[in-house]
Design a protein. Structure first.
Length: 244
């Protein structure tokens, strides 16, 4: 059975960093599990974070712009072709860890036959993995345009400011219908200790469920201190609707 995690929020909030941390934590807890990262953000920042530069995306298949590594086999149905094409764009980034990039997605009312066929193919792909981690463009509505699949745990990543938390509440509102009931939480990123009570009070007034607060994790050399984030995420993981 596949377990799914979606990281959503405003661009620049730290979604990609947390997606990577969740992947590392799952590998630590379940070393034999298979993981698929789905880069559902227009910036393809998750793909870049693995040191991968690719123009091979799900949108490329649908638009007919993808350049295939091998010749297209003859005699396939449209469904078989799309499933074959998806295999062509999967990137292996680590042992038992794969990545697929989405880029642009089309509205659900698109009458193009390939849209439904792609969604069906993506469901089959997702169900091949133990865990799937989605790095999403803004909210779950955008992810739902790509594929309609149950999301076990949704995490809104928000920066530590009043305006960011108000935006997080809007993202929660637009995402709630696509999330498992009660499993939509907020990680507040780059928290200043003196603002912690204020942040908690604002979140409570907005009915946001804070599952973790992470201090600034940029080290003295300007890089990311992943250990700071991992420690906090590992503690909060026990509260999540995920295998323990």
């Amino acid at each position: 059975m596949t377990s799914t995690i979606a990281l959503i929020g405003k661009s620049g909030s730290g979604k990609t960093t947390f997606a990577r941390v969740f992947g590392d934590l799952i590998k630590k807890k379940f070393p034999n599990s298979s993981i698929l990262f789905v880069d559902n953000d227009l910036s393809l920042e998750l793909t870049d974070s693995f040191g991968v530069k690719t123009r091979n995306t799900i949108y490329g298949i649908k638009s007919g712009k993808h350049e295939y590594k091998t010749g297209i086999p003859n005699g396939m149905t449209k469904q078989e072709f799309i499933e074959w094409a998806l295999e062509d764009i999967i990137i292996n980034v680590d042992e038992n860890v794969d990545l697929v990039a989405s880029w642009f997605v089309t509205p659900k009312d698109c009458i193009c036959p390939s849209t439904k066929l792609m969604r069906d193919s993506l469901v089959k792909l997702i169900e091949r993995y133990d865990f799937v981690i989605f790095d999403c463009e803004y909210d779950l509505k955008y992810l739902n345009l790509l594929v309609d699949y149950p999301i076990d745990e949704t995490i809104i990543v928000s920066l530590c400011s009043k305006s960011s938390l108000f935006l997080a509440s809007k993202i929660a509102e637009s995402s709630r219908k696509y999330a498992v009931e009660g499993q939509l939480g907020v990680v507040v990123n780059k928290v200043e200790k003196e603002k912690l009570k204020e942040i908690n009070d604002i979140a409570k007034s907005l009915e946001l469920d804070i599952v973790a607060c992470v201090e600034n994790y940029i080290n003295e050399f300007g890089g990311i201190d992943y250990n700071k984030i991992k420690d906090v995420v590992e503690v909060s993981y026990s509260r999540m609707n995920l295998p323990q």
